[in-house]
Design a protein around this ligand. Structure first.
Ligand code: DQA
Length: 188
């Protein structure tokens, strides 16, 4: 396939190929029992279903021009596989590992292995709950953890990841930035 600048010179595309390819792709992973949201322990997790949460995340993603790929699994192995596959398919991960937060070295290692910017989300504030929920095996790897804001946590994570990726991309695209940093420090 020719480079996209060649295409856009020759064909009047409604959506430039470059722009489409440049869209951030974020994988959103929901761990075990989150498929039961809406009916599960409503006093802790509220009454919103997972489908309704996914629709709200998708709506914000559209506004931000981010492509989201939303998945839920009750299986640790499936979550690990999806994290691994994200390495070539996505630019970042938002994950609520649910109960695996407190047990899974495998999920932590998968996130570390792919090296993608990741945000850990919890609907409830895990630090206010039972002692066994205070420890997250995952927390040392992601760029941040959001806990206790319900659906809003996912939306904050999406905005945060988009800003993080946009900033790191624009830094990569500005070769002068290292030079100007050195100039500002007065070093060569
Ligand atoms: C959870 C918190 C976990 O402790 C629990 O096992 C979950 C959901 C949350 O979103 O608050 O299933 O990750």
């Amino acid at each position: 396939m020719p480079p996209c600048w060649t295409l856009s010179c020759e064909i009047d595309l409604a959506y430039p190929v470059c722009e489409q390819n440049d869209m951030l792709r974020i994988r959103v992973l929901h761990g075990p029992n989150l498929n039961l949201l809406g009916t599960r322990e409503q006093s802790i997790y509220g009454t919103m279903s997972l489908d309704a949460m996914d629709s709200a995340i998708t709506k914000l993603a559209e506004e931000l021009a981010v492509k989201v790929d939303l998945r839920q699994s009750n299986s640790e192995s499936e979550l690990v596989t999806w994290i691994q596959e994200a390495r070539t398919e996505c630019d970042g991960i938002i994950i609520n590992p649910a109960a695996y937060t407190h047990t899974s070295v495998a999920i932590r290692d998968a996130i570390a292995a792919v090296g993608l910017p990741t945000v850990e989300v919890h609907l409830s504030n895990i630090h206010q709950r039972e002692d066994f929920r205070h420890q997250s095996y995952v927390a040392g790897v992601p760029i941040g953890q959001i806990s206790g804001f319900g659906l809003t946590g996912y939306l904050l994570a999406l905005r945060g990841l988009q800003e993080h990726r946009t900033t790191s991309r624009s830094q990569k695209k500005t070769p002068a930035s290292a030079t100007s940093r050195r100039a500002a420090r007065g070093t060569r």
